[in-house]
Design a protein around this ligand. Structure first.
Ligand SMILES: [Fe+2]
Length: 269
């Protein structure tokens, strides 16, 4: 499995508190079946002033330590980015690291308040060639009241990243129910751990993988825990990341008018 959201790097945010914790997190991830992990510290203006200059050296240094201890976890760069007026400028300048230097990056909307014009903001980023991945929509306190915004962001082309611990119930019943709804509607692109430590909020995906495999089939679980995250790391086209492929492959997608017309002409409908 591939985990594209983690706070494994020490000293940069509220994640790993020291290097010992970082290494313990890596061991937990490997034991859980995770082979690749994106290091995605918070970038929050005024609180966590991270950038490419702080994240990449920390990632390389942790990779050296993991290699020295023969811990088979490949790290890559990224960030967990809050909304800010200069976000696009910083992405274009390379000051904010995208996931493995691709067009994809993690965008964390405010937890307590739905920001005005969030969809316009996302649309501007998409027009500029970046693809904002909306992190853990199921854990945003406004997501239930404004679920239409989450749906429209997904329909706009923003992949939705669910948290493994939300589906297993660690974040409570509301986050679990919203995860299940996003999954049922076929709008979830992939899962990640959003791990912050080695004793709580650990880098573990296997429990959620099992639940998705049980409810939707192993093929869908592999899409959401391996294939789509791998496609993101290789900068694949958004069509490979967005979950329409999953719904189409399961035959549950609503056909377009043109598709229905063709099917009718061919006598298939
Ligand atoms: Fe995070």
């Amino acid at each position: 499995m591939i985990d594209l959201h983690s706070h494994i790097l020490a000293f940069l945010d509220d994640g790993a508190e020291d290097i010992v914790t970082s290494i313990a997190m890596a061991r937990i991830a490997v034991a859980d079946g995770i082979t690749h992990m994106a290091c995605t510290p918070h970038i929050v203006p005024g609180k966590y002033e991270n950038s490419t200059a702080t994240i990449l050296p920390a990632m390389h240094s942790l990779q050296v330590m993991l290699d020295a201890q023969s811990i088979p976890l490949r790290l890559t760069s990224g960030a967990d980015v809050h909304i800010a007026p200069d976000l696009l400028d910083r992405l274009q300048a390379g000051d904010i690291p995208t996931l493995n230097h691709t067009r994809y990056f993690l965008l964390e909307p405010p937890h307590e308040i739905l920001p005005p014009r969030l969809e316009e903001f996302a649309a501007r980023l998409l027009e500029a060639g970046f693809v904002p991945i909306i992190t853990h929509p199921e854990r945003l306190s406004w997501a239930g009241r404004h679920f239409d915004v989450i749906q429209r962001l997904a329909d706009l082309g923003c992949p939705l990243q669910l948290t493994a611990d939300s589906l297993t119930g660690v974040f409570g019943p509301v986050a679990r129910q919203l995860s299940e709804r996003i999954l049922r509607e076929g709008r979830a692109s992939f899962f990640a751990s959003d791990a912050h430590g080695a004793s709580w909020r650990k880098p573990v995906l296997s429990g959620a993988f099992a639940l998705v495999a049980e409810q939707f089939g192993r093929q869908d679980a592999e899409q959401m825990f391996h294939h789509r995250p791998a496609a993101i790391l290789s900068n694949a086209e958004p069509a490979e990341i967005l979950p329409t492929l999953r719904t189409v492959s399961r035959g549950r997608a609503r056909k377009s008018f043109a598709q229905r017309l063709v099917a009718r002409v061919l006598g298939n409908e």
